[in-house]
Ligand binder design. Structure first.
Ligand SMILES: [Zn+2]
Length: 499
């Protein structure tokens, strides 16, 4: 299939379909969700994705610098959410493959994929994409794939691709750099300088997302050892895959892919060593948390509040509804004094508004979006205040500014006081990224004994400066770090920490 002599510009096709699929979320991800994200074809792909700090942006930059003839296909991403509909996946795949056929003859194919995408009827999306592309480009044309390190990798994907690379950082600050590296690897393949030989190892280990930071153990250690191996001339690249525990597929979980230059034994040895190392450090990957009753009891012992009760299972930034009630139920059961919680519940806001400020109301709050976030709690309380739910963040460098701009709109809000507990009811779910969220309606964050935050990490900039303690809770929710809460059907067992 190779089209050019060495003196001509190599013809390299480029494209990608990326999604991190939470298969336990009920709502499917549709084509409309990809249209809300990024969806571009042909020359639009080069226009829209070049000069971005994304992986494909890095690929475009490096390939252009080398003077390659880039043949854009399709690039599509959507926010992490439920299983991708069969219609959306088949449409995107068909478009990508049609463009690929139109780009023949080719010298190489560069793909940006996630690794944890799941579609209705297809559990191994990335292997399917690469295998279908392989049928078109032929066995001799190199295919280099850049993955997110949250990908769940199957042996089949390792077989059908020539080289798999992955981000080395989480947060993913090196995606652009890895795009540059993918082009370097492709250049070596085009010069026939290397014969990529990959080995795959799986430590049978699920890491909750809370444990996949590359500045924390166990991944810091893995990357340090992988970097030593990569410094050897025989090693082309190493992908340390943390996996995405909420995508229920047979190969869900951590994995290691070591690619060498024609050294199969070395590849196997290193893949096994890294896999064993990760497995040996598995206890470092288990977050420690308290059940909500214990967490509330501990917070109540702390003299000068507020203690921050972290409800990371209902992490709004991770796509959950922000209406989980486990922590509220525990605060009410123990008669917590000056406890605060924000719940997204438009129906409850409407009831409070109808009753008016100063009225006493009895109503059910929270847990109305799905069956994953506890049960609605019947409360009787006083409507302390109503608001339009608009606030300007107090933090100067608010990292939600890219999303909200300078004003945050939570929809209309009500402050409902139930015994000693202050409930901020909002029409729209809003992550706890700023103290003005509470203060705008009159709840003083510094005067609380305990504050529940529905977030994994994003709350820290605003809340750590006033916190006297941080207590991680094991609550119900679709972003729970307690993986035994999820009804896996496809995952290959046994696997740590489930078995
Ligand atoms: Zn990721």
């Amino acid at each position: 299939m190779s089209s050019t002599s060495a003196s001509e510009r190599p013809r390299i096709a480029i494209g990608g379909i990326l999604h991190e699929t939470h298969t336990f979320m009920e709502q499917p991800t549709t084509l409309a969700d990809f249209e809300l994200g990024s969806l571009c074809r042909g020359e639009d792909l080069l226009r829209e994705m070049s000069e971005t700090r994304s992986g494909i942006g890095g690929m475009i930059e490096a390939a252009s610098a080398r003077g390659w003839r880039l043949l854009p296909t399709l690039y599509a991403t959507a926010m992490p959410a439920g299983t991708v509909s069969a219609d959306a996946y088949q449409t995107l795949l068909r478009d990508l493959l049609d463009c690929l056929r139109g780009a023949l003859p080719l010298d190489g194919l560069l793909l940006a994929l996630h690794g944890a995408m799941v579609a209705e009827g297809e559990l191994d999306v990335e292997a399917d994409i690469v295998a279908r592309a392989r049928e078109i480009v032929g066995a001799e044309t190199p295919i280099v794939v850049l993955l997110d390190m949250h990908g769940n990798i199957s042996p089949r994907l390792v077989d059908v691709a020539d080289v798999l690379l992955a981000y080395d950082t989480n947060p993913h600050i090196d995606s652009h750099a890895r795009g540059l590296e993918a082009v370097d690897v492709m250049a070596r393949l085009l010069r026939r300088e290397i014969v990529p030989t990959a080995a795959y190892a799986r430590p049978a280990l699920l890491l909750p997302p809370q444990s996949t930071g590359t500045d924390d153990q166990p991944l810091t250690l893995l990357h340090a050892r992988a970097a030593e191996m990569e410094a050897e001339a025989a090693v082309v690249c190493i992908a340390v895959m943390a996996g995405f525990a909420y995508a229920d597929t047979p190969f869900c979980g951590a994995s290691i892919i070591v690619t060498t230059d024609n050294e199969p034994e070395l590849a196997r040895k290193y893949a096994r060593e890294l896999s064993d190392l990760l497995h040996a450090r598995r206890d470092a990957a288990t977050p420690h948390s308290l059940g909500p009753p214990d967490a509330v009891a501990q917070a109540a012992q702390i003299e000068n509040g507020p203690a921050i009760l972290v409800d990371s299972a209902d992490n709004i930034g991770g796509g959950t509804p922000g209406d989980g009630t486990d922590a509220l139920a525990a605060m009410l059961a123990q008669g917590a004094q000056e406890g605060a919680i924000v719940l997204a519940d438009a129906e409850a806001v409407a009831l409070c508004r109808d009753a008016g400020t100063g009225a006493t109301v009895t109503l059910d709050v929270g847990a109305k979006s799905d069956n994953w976030h506890g049960e609605s709690v019947r409360v009787t309380g006083r409507v302390e205040a109503l608001s339009d739910g608009v606030f300007r963040p107090e933090l100067p460098d608010n990292h939600f500014a890219a999303f909200y701009g300078n004003e945050v709109h939570m929809g209309r809000c009500a402050w409902l006081r139930v015994e000693g507990v202050n409930i901020l009811l909002t029409e729209r779910k809003t992550p706890p990224m700023d103290l003005a969220q509470l203060r705008h309606i009159g709840i003083i964050p510094e005067a609380q004994r305990m504050i529940v935050v529905k977030s994994a990490v994003a709350y820290r900039a605003a809340y750590l400066p006033i916190a006297t303690a941080v207590i991680e809770m094991d609550t119900a929710g679709l972003c729970s770090a307690n993986l035994s809460r999820f009804p896996y059907r496809h995952l290959k067992r046994p696997v740590f920490p489930l078995d």
